[in-house]
Design a binder for this molecule. Structure first.
Ligand code: NAG
Ligand code: NAG
Ligand code: NAG
Ligand code: NAG
Ligand code: NAG
Ligand code: NAG
Ligand code: NAG
Ligand code: NAG
Ligand code: NAG
Ligand code: NAG
Ligand code: NAG
Length: 299
């Protein structure tokens, strides 16, 4: 009987990411409430990057704060998501100023990312984000209408308007306004109020029938994405101590600073010495199979 011997050679590559543990320095808390900490951020002593107080957070009643802003997410790809309150102005039934507030923010070494919009709700009103920090610019939008069309759920200038906000600002003010001496600000959403706020792209769904008076509550924040980086040094200046093993360094586009990323195939926190984990495991199987003619094994 003729026996054919065939070798099957197979290489199985398993790309796996082990459950990446320890995104913080050893011995440091990994969570505050539901938010997972990532070094260089931290809230316990010696747990944040000592050179830059921007990375010092506060954990109060299971909520994480950056300089008074609630932090809901930290990503090691150099972004952080915080909650900002809305600015608003309310008028009485005669159209005179009743109350209102606006906010400004000094983000220190953090800056607005390009994932946010400035949004206004209300009729015959406009909103501005004005910056005089690392960048100087003003961005706004106008909403002109007699009353918001209830059928209209789009934020397109009729009761609601939205525009992208450029990245890179660290000091800015957000305000809502009505057209000069226009006492015709219509009762909108149950009150004579106009609102202005920053919000992450896609995170605010306008609904003309909704009551937006909850935005007057300063604890009712809207998500905003900020960029962070290691400031004050370039990759070259930082030298050895920059990114962890299997991490790569790149300089930021504006200003002096750098960010770290894990090399392809690695995952985790590139700012920790051994933060980039995971690898490709390849198994080489060599099997010999005896093939007999007329058997059910087809080779
Ligand atoms: C954590 O998440 C759970 C489930 O979403 C929620 O019920 C709880 O209130 C959250 N805790 C905090 C402190 O935000
Ligand atoms: C934080 O981001 C991660 C990944 O994008 C997501 O799974 C998680 O739900 C987010 N947490 C909060 C509180 O937004
Ligand atoms: C502001 O004034 C409006 C209109 O008079 C009123 O409905 C609203 O409750 C006031 N808000 C606050 C926080 O006082
Ligand atoms: C920004 O970062 C630099 C370099 O790390 C640090 O010296 C400075 O204090 C930081 N500024 C603020 C406002 O946190
Ligand atoms: C912000 O936008 C960039 C580019 O579109 C994207 O890679 C990044 O994931 C976005 N960040 C968030 C928090 O959505
Ligand atoms: C921006 O302007 C405000 C108010 O005019 C001022 O308090 C703040 O220091 C300015 N910021 C910068 C970075 O110039
Ligand atoms: C707004 O009203 C005030 C007081 O009635 C008046 O003095 C002013 O000229 C008006 N401004 C405009 C732009 O109409
Ligand atoms: C909107 O909500 C506020 C606060 O809950 C309430 O005082 C007001 O009457 C509501 N307006 C309408 C039209 O329901
Ligand atoms: C808009 O808001 C109203 C009142 O809160 C609600 O009844 C309606 O279902 C909402 N529509 C959408 C599309 O969310
Ligand atoms: C503001 O919101 C907080 C939490 O969401 C709530 O406990 C508080 O009662 C609200 N305040 C007002 C005036 O609605
Ligand atoms: C792809 C890559 O650079 N892998 C490196 C990760 O770090 C270890 C330890 O330094 C190296 O042996 C690998 O070559």
């Amino acid at each position: 009987m003729k026996v054919q011997r065939l070798f099957l050679v197979a290489i199985f590559c398993l790309s796996y990411t082990q459950l990446v543990k320890g995104q913080t320095l050893p011995g440091c808390p990994e969570k505050c409430g539901n938010v997972t900490l990532e070094y260089p951020f931290g809230f316990s002593p010696d747990c944040w990057r000592a050179e830059d107080p921007s990375f010092k957070l506060n954990c109060v009643n299971e909520k994480l704060f950056y300089d008074g802003l609630e932090v809901v997410n930290i990503s090691h790809s150099s972004q952080i998501r915080v909650l900002f309150p809305a600015s608003y102005v309310c008028y009485d039934s005669k159209g005179d100023f009743a109350n209102g507030t606006y906010y400004y923010s000094d983000l220190g070494n953090l800056t607005l990312s390009d994932n946010n919009t400035v949004t206004a709700i209300g009729c015959n009103s406009y909103a501005f984000v004005s910056s005089n920090g690392t960048r100087r610019n003003s961005v706004g939008c106008i909403s002109a209408c007699d009353a918001p069309s209830v059928a209209n759920g789009e934020c397109n200038g009729e009761g609601c308007c939205q525009n992208p906000v450029p990245a890179g600002n660290n000091w800015f003010i957000v305000r809502s306004y009505r057209f000069d001496n226009d006492t015709s600000v219509k009762p909108v959403f149950g009150s004579h109020c106009i609102y202005a706020f920053l919000v992450e792209n896609g995170k605010f769904k306008y609904n003309a029938s909704k009551n937006y008076s909850y935005l007057q509550n300063r604890t009712a924040g809207l998500p905003v994405v900020l960029d962070w980086s290691i400031k004050g040094e370039t990759c070259r200046q930082a030298g050895e101590k920059k990114c962890g093993v299997n991490g790569t360094c790149s300089n930021i586009a504006s200003g002096i600073g750098y960010i770290c990323k894990c090399r392809g195939g690695y995952h985790g926190n590139p700012y920790l010495q051994n933060g980039c984990q995971g690898t490709q495991l390849c198994f080489l199987f060599i099997t010999s199979i005896n093939c007999f003619p007329h058997t059910y094994i087809t080779c």
